[in-house]
Design a protein around this ligand. Sequence first.
Ligand code: GLA
Length: 732
Amino acid sequence: MKKNIFTILSILSAFTLFAGGYKTTGVVDVSTNDTSMIFSYTKNKTPHFEYYGKKISNPKDFIGLRTLTPSEMGEENPLYSARGGKNYIEPALSVIHFDGDLNTELRFVDVKKSTSDNGNIETTTISLKDTKYNFLVDLIYTAHKKENVITQRAEITNNEDGDITLQNFASSYVSLRAKKYFLTHINGQWAYEANVSEDELTRGTKSIVSRKLVRTTLSENPAFMLALNTPRNERLGEVIAGALVWNGNYKIDFDYDDFMQLNIISGIAPTNYKLKKGEKFITPEMVLTYSANGSGQASRNLHDWARNYGIYKGNQQRPIILNCWEGTGFDVNESIMYEIIDDAAELGAEIYVMDDGWFGSEKFPRDNAKAGLGDWQINKRKFPNGIAPIADYTVKKGMRFGIWIEPEMANPNSEIAQKHPDWIVGAKGREKPTIRYQWLLDLSNPEVQDFVFGVFDSVLKMSKNITYIKWDANRHLEQIGSNFMPADEQERFYIKYVEGLNNVYKRIRAKYPDILVQACASGGGRIDYASLKYCEEVWGSDNTNPFCRLFIQYGESLFYPMKAIGAHVPKSGSRGIETSMKFRTDVAMMGRFGIEMRPKNLPPDEYKELKRAVGIYKRIRNIVQDGDMYRLISPFEDKNFAANMFVSKDKSKAVAFIFQHTFASVYYRPFIKLEGLDPNKKYKVVESNISGKSNAPIHNRIVSGEYLMNQGINNRFNKSFMSVMYEITEVK
Ligand code: GLA
């Protein structure tokens, strides 16, 4: 990696052309291949956010041309809105300085640039300083050129004469101008993740926020799409998308201000955070992208960035997993495990994962959710010979072995909770609430960090053949309180917990770089780019019903690439709807495919179909996992159909999945237009994942990309829960 560092003091200050206080005298640009983010400052060095959008190659054009509002009218489009002085709009930064002064007035000091990763990454650091105190803010923008992604973070340094309190300390501030703004974000609940909400923003502030600290993304996800001027469209229009790299409390504000600008302020949820004299606070990164071609392109930009930079081993192929949870519940034992391992191998799975229920002390065995959590010893009754022979057997059968842990938590009915009451989160003198009969351990405490690391470490020591960990977290924070943090620093806990968790992840990655880790939190409670920095994948949802999964996976795909989303085939009837194996496997193949059941319970024909789907997924997985995703029909918008496709980067292969989830008249069989192909290439279209003869008119035909993208594919659906899957291959 070539590093080339250079400094430009007061970049372009030579272009100081105007004497007036409100005109732009200097500019700084941060650009990718197709986008630009441009900042400016005036003669008195007040910095402004000028522009984010399509590439403007000559940033000097900005010099002197902006007419800002006269000074009596407050502070328009600041670079990083700080409370105080002339600024009254929603703050990215609010500080109580060491002597109680509530104002901060940031001025431009200098800008530094550096490049790395063969020029694909350009980092721009803009240094700002308060007019009165030695209080410094560095804004760091990292442009990922070919992905068209810019990340932003702030580094805040207290060089004042005493401790200060940060109240708002956002990662990123973006100021936009458009006629209208349409916000899309995903939210839900347990088993109902990633429901898509879309609203037009009106004057005032709309926030998306989580204060749950753990499993934050069950209810809201720290990510958004903002369509400018017209409602979000997959193919058309300007869209800005963002995702925060933080696995704790967050808040993203959309502030439609007095100047008719829309300011997006993203970061850790505001709290009183004492920053001691001499300390520096580094915010998490906010990932941003701009698309001039609708939200489909915005997602593809984020997916590319995620694979190349955002996700742990993001470019590696993801294996097929069979997890026993929906098949066994807590009823795991030696003989059942051998039975499922045999089936997993027969079906072609690549990793077998034993879920909850394998541990607990004699006094507190983990036979249900009420006891044993926190006591990470093998349950001798269920596993008299330990876990190692089972892991070894799995490897002998040609697979890897994985195991479930939930190391941040403890049941009150556990040895660990009774031995270490001081490790339990909660306030002294109050009854501590449980969720799923469990408490949260205080990861701000380094001893607890050692314990959590130790759980991971000791579980792996049970056998060298354990190479996959499902890391669960089944409650969130209620009743804040840490026995470790001093009384006057309790609010720091919100951040120190997350830092503690991430410290553990870092230690784990240093020691175990090749163990595959799944972040699960009651399903999709940790779908965020901070968890994915350390974990290869997340569990998409505890809801494996394929109809619901069409919606959940659609929502998740807005921001996260499907290779990172565990999507498992359940037995029929999961959460109340009977569906064919064909329909279930077609849905699961759009993610990181897996199986969630005890296969012995399948009817023999379904067993065969499942085995066939595993084989097909092995053939197409590179296209699904590393190709470009096109969402053809949203289940949120269409009453009857849903469709997605994936296209290899060289456009030589594609795979399309089309679903009729709700019966539409047999007289209504719309042509579904494909996307992302090369119009000039010829493709052979083969219906796949079927038993017997294809019923699809286009099956086995060779047609042009032009035909497939303009005329489309017509399908013979005649009932609810039908699907087709096509493998599309270039013919030379
Ligand atoms: C959570 C997870 C499930 C399963 C159970 C085990 O609910 O989301 O997948 O692991 O815990 O208790």
